[in-house]
Ligand binder design. Structure first.
Ligand code: HEC
Length: 160
């Protein structure tokens, strides 16, 4: 368990993932299913780690989604975001699991609701991205995020 404590950042991510899953009634996101479901995103998004290794090969229409959970909105250097999401980024928002699910449901509406204006450049919607978001939470700089995600639901339940 000391290992778990050592990765505070990973634990925090996992805890918010669990809080989302328990608090919003979508059920627990399943990262294994999400990995498959990410096929729907990879036409436009790749997942490439900081060393340049492709975890999922994908298109360049959208920004790299490596470590997106816990990352400031619209912060991938060199990616040309639309004005709408840039304005949301300027509010200082950081991507949390529940926000990612909401975003994927309707990116343009998300921008409207969260302080931006204008169309999203992401012309794609998905009803329930909770599995995909659980998968995205597991591909992050802390390799232990994966492991921690599995333990988190118990914690989340205990607080309710
Ligand atoms: C048709 C291409 C396309 C598909 C398919 C697509 N996206 Fe996107 N995505 C984009 C583009 C373009 C942007 C940049 C949006 C902007 O600038 O307004 C984006 C932005 C994002 C962002 C914001 C990232 C950041 O750095 O703030 C997230 C998160 C995201 N997409 C998740 C997803 C997920 C999850 C899926 C699959 C369910 C998906 N996208 C499918 C094109 C796509």
């Amino acid at each position: 368990m000391t290992k778990f404590l050592a990765f505070t950042a990973a634990a925090l991510l996992a805890t918010s993932a669990a809080a989302f899953a328990d608090g919003h009634g979508h059920g627990h996101g399943d990262p294994k299913k999400g990995e498959k479901e990410f096929n729907r995103c990879k036409a436009c998004h790749m997942i490439v780690d900081d060393a340049g290794n492709a975890i999922v090969k994908g298109g360049k229409t959208g920004p790299n989604l490596y470590g997106v959970v816990g990352r400031p909105v619209a912060s991938v250097e060199g990616f040309k975001y639309g004005d709408g999401i840039l304005a949301v980024g300027e509010t200082g928002m950081v991507w949390e699991p529940e926000l990612l699910v909401e975003y994927a449901m309707d990116p343009t509406k998300f921008i409207d609701t969260h302080g931006g204006s204008g169309r999203s450049k992401m012309t794609f919607k998905i009803k329930d991205a909770s599995n995909i978001v659980a998968f995205l939470a597991s591909v992050a700089p802390e390799a232990a995020a994966d492991e921690a995600t599995d333990e988190a639901p118990a914690e989340g339940t205990a607080t309710e």
